[in-house]
Design a protein around this ligand. Structure first.
Ligand code: ZN
Length: 398
């Protein structure tokens, strides 16, 4: 937490000069980004000359910067884009080689800022360090803070997972992830929330937004204000928040479904205490989530510890529509597969190769070939079955 505060301060201080762009040959130029068109960007040098450059030839950090610049324009126009240009260091770096975290924690003493309170238009905007909450009812800062801690901790968890999902690395000083909150359930549904859901991620554009009723924030209405609900439940949030922080590449065919949902389930199944995800030993909670069903918490897949699984290749390549049709099984099984590649192989070589392949534009069978990492589908199925067997779950593939 300390380092990220320092980093944000550093960003604010370094407000002179242009950004240094780096291309994939390692060449560096100092320039302002002035235009983006069809995969090309226009870089203006200080001397006055401008060049069109293919965005794909620039570093990953530059590409993240470009996305941030586009979004800054959508939100705050040219002024916001110019402000971004002045910040020379969007130091967002991939973290493939980092250790798997034992825990993900933040200092829960976060600052909540009231940005807008417009009662006439029912628009109330609050900022936490990395989130923008847009509510249709007024909320006390203390109430926002209570649920914002879970949002901030989930972001921190996604950031420290060594899977290089860069959306989780962009500091809130550059822009915040957007969350729309609704005081009434009917307003939530009227604005696009699926009936009976507790919250939803909508991939509008590259960044996407989350819609949620305030009841899902552990907040309830009391008279004319909203207060903390001790019996409240915000179980669904980390799942949806993870989707919002997952790079678009990880939603490509081959990963869409088993991995995109498996990752969100992995995060949300991890035990959480205020300001802290206990990643170490999350296998117990994950197994419980897949094997059994908790009636009181209305949580768990109840798949038992003897699982008849479909053909793995067909499972991983099925359409998302098919995947959700048999959602209970597929989400639970996706979690087992995701966990396997994160933890039950000797190292994370195959999942890292797979995710890097997705980032480089591969998808479907071509990306899954990297995941198989030299094994046939049958050999991979055998590896998975053996590993889960040691953990007490018998998987029989079709
Ligand atoms: Zn999901």
């Amino acid at each position: 937490m300390k380092t990220s505060i320092l980093f944000i301060l550093a960003l604010l201080v370094q407000s002179l000069g242009a950004r240094v762009f780096t291309n994939n040959e390692g060449k560096k130029i100092e320039a302002f980004l002035t235009e983006v068109k069809g995969g090309e960007v226009k870089l203006a040098m200080k001397g006055g000359k401008s060049y069109w450059v293919k965005a794909s030839t620039l570093s990953k950090a530059d590409q993240t910067f470009i996305q941030a610049w586009i979004r800054a324009g959508e939100r705050g126009g040219k002024k916001a884009q110019d402000a971004l240009n002045q910040q020379d260091s969007l130091k967002v770096e991939e973290n493939w080689d980092d250790r798997w975290p034992d825990a993900a924690r933040i200092n829960p003493d976060i600052l909540i800022k009231t940005v807008t309170e417009d009662a006439a238009n029912r628009k109330f905007v609050y900022h936490s360090p990395n989130y923008e909450f847009i509510s249709d009812v007024k909320l006390a800062n203390q109430i926002v803070k209570k649920f914002a801690i879970l949002f901030e901790t989930t972001r921190e968890y996604c950031r420290v997972l060594p899977i290089s999902t860069m959306k989780a690395h962009i500091p809130g000083a550059l822009f915040r992830n957007r969350i729309y909150l609704f005081g009434s359930y009917s307003n939530y549904v009227r604005n696009g929330g699926p009936p009976n859901s507790g919250g939803v991620y909508m991939s509008r554009g590259k960044f996407g937004v989350i819609l949620a009723p305030l009841t899902s924030m552990g907040v309830k209405r009391k008279g004319d204000r909203y207060v903390h609900d001790n019996n409240g439940n915000n179980d669904v949030l980390p799942h949806e928040l993870t989707h919002q922080l997952t790079d678009v590449h990880y939603f490509q065919p081959g990963a869409l479904g088993w991995f995109s949902e498996g990752l969100a389930e992995y995060v949300s199944a991890t035990p959480y205490q205020t300001g802290k995800f206990l990643v170490d030993n999350n296998i117990h909670a994950i197994k419980r989530d897949v094997i059994s069903y908790n009636r009181a918490k209305r949580r768990g897949r109840g798949l038992g510890n003897k699982i008849a699984a479909p053909d793995l290749k067909a499972y991983m390549l099925q359409s998302y529509g098919q995947f959700t049709k048999n959602g209970n099984f597929n989400y639970g099984f996706g979690l087992l597969m995701t966990y396997y590649f994160f933890h039950l192989e000797e190292d994370r070589t195959s999942i890292t190769k797979f995710l890097k392949a997705l980032k480089s534009g591969k998808s479907g069978e071509a990306a899954l070939k990297e995941l198989r990492n030299g094994r046939s589908w049958e050999e991979l199925e055998e590896d998975i079955s053996k590993a889960w067997k040691r953990e007490g779950i018998t998987i029989t593939f079709k």
